[in-house]
Write a protein that binds this ligand. Structure first.
Ligand SMILES: *Cc1c(COP(=O)(O)O)cnc(C)c1O
Length: 372
């Protein structure tokens, strides 16, 4: 089936009790046993599983073309569960510009716990090859990266990982499964912050790990999900699933709007550079065109004149809202370096845009005013 159909129907069933067409929200934390001690509904206690989480997980697995999925309370909790499934002494290779929250987890929580980490520039896959050690267990990919919009060749990195006998995980938050399906390029695990495009409305926090194979490593992640309990509530699962129903149509609009805005910024005299993989002069354009269906809704750009100028442009915006996060209907503008703080790879004159679902003419007019 096509992704539009999967997005609308996966995880859906008519409620057997009420015949409700839209899946009800099952807030009950516990489920009744039969007289013989069995659980005829298939559910025991909501931390272990509930109908809304199961519906969301089935939908996510189908969207990515995976075998199984585990939903979490945030994207960071999802990333953490993958790292917790490793063992102290294991080595991880991650992009040097990996999402700042993932970098913090690796550096501040998992290195003290016993993981070893190499941060490399993955735009050149030879750096990945050189970083492989005998104790390497996982290569973490994130493409396009955030906020530099660097592109990593998933096929090549997955190939390097597999030749070394290790797993390749891909943070697919920025493109969403509509624009990029990492399993088709060799990845073993996909990680999402469903807070972003999957939820899609800026009103729910969530995360997920999707596995290509329901193997022993994924069962470890599943056990961490159930034992650790960093799970989304039934209502949050319901909200994310509701968001997913329109994901393919939203992603197309985000990407189309972003293309217009990126073209406008590229020709503006006050803009030093634009980072958007849809632009022909982007260094990752060719790889992005190969592994993505469209180029996504996130743009970053650097201003002539440094940090002061960047902050001044953000301050003058009227339609773009000054806030972090991405993937919702409302367009956001963010001075990324001051959000990420010390150690950031975001230049001081960089602004990140999450292009929403407003009309692109209005977005461009707002940026023209802010840049004037
Ligand atoms: C937001 C984000 C995360 C973290 O997700 P949360 O839901 O905020 O915990 C991870 N990776 C990327 C690429 C993100 O944008």
């Amino acid at each position: 089936m096509k992704i539009e159909t999967i997005a609308v129907r996966a995880g859906h069933r008519i409620d057997p009790g009420t015949r409700a067409v839209t899946t009800p929200i099952h807030m009950s934390t516990t489920f009744e046993r039969d007289g013989d001690g069995s659980y005829p509904g298939g559910y025991v206690y909501s931390r272990g599983g509930n109908p809304n989480r199961e519906a969301l997980e089935n939908c996510l697995a189908e969207l990515e073309g995976g075998a199984a999925a585990a939903a979490f309370a945030s994207g960071s909790a999802a990333a953490m569960s993958v790292l917790q499934a490793l063992s102290p002494g294991d080595h991880v290779i991650a992009p040097e510009d990996v999402y700042c929250g993932t970098a913090h987890l690796l550096r501040d929580t998992f290195v003290p716990w016993g993981l070893q980490v190499s941060f490399v520039d993955m735009t050149d896959t030879e750096n990945v090859e050189r970083a492989v050690q005998p104790n390497t267990r996982l290569v973490w990919v994130e493409t396009p990266s955030n906020p530099l919009l660097r592109i990593t060749d998933i096929t090549r990195v997955a190939d390097i990982a597999h030749r070394a006998g290790v797993l390749c995980a891909c943070d697919n938050t920025l493109p969403s499964p509509v624009l990029q399906r990492p399993f088709a390029h060799g990845a073993d695990l996909v990680v999402h912050s469903t807070t972003k495009y999957l939820g899609g409305h800026g009103d729910v926090l969530g995360g997920a790990v999707i596995a290509k194979r329901d193997d022993a490593f994924f069962q470890k992640i599943r056990k961490i999900q159930k034992d650790g309990g960093a799970v989304p509530s039934p209502f949050e699962c319901w909200l994310v699933l509701r968001g997913i129903r329109t994901l393919p149509y939203r992603m197309r609009a985000h990407a189309e709007n972003a293309m217009h805005v990126a073209a406008f910024l590229s020709s503006h005299p006050k803009v030093e550079s634009v980072h958007y993989p849809g632009l022909k002069d982007h260094p990752g354009h060719e790889v992005a065109a190969r592994q993505m269906d469209f180029f996504g809704g996130i743009i970053s750009f650097q201003l002539k004149g440094g940090k002061k100028k960047a902050l001044a442009v953000a301050a003058k915006a009227r339609l773009f809202v000054r806030a972090t996060s991405l993937g919702g209907p409302i367009s956001l503008i963010e001075h990324r370096a001051s959000y990420e703080g010390p150690g950031t790879m975001a230049p001081d004159n960089l602004l990140r845009l999450s292009i929403g679902l407003e009309h692109p003419d209005d977005l461009i007019a707002d940026l023209a005013h802010a840049l004037a």
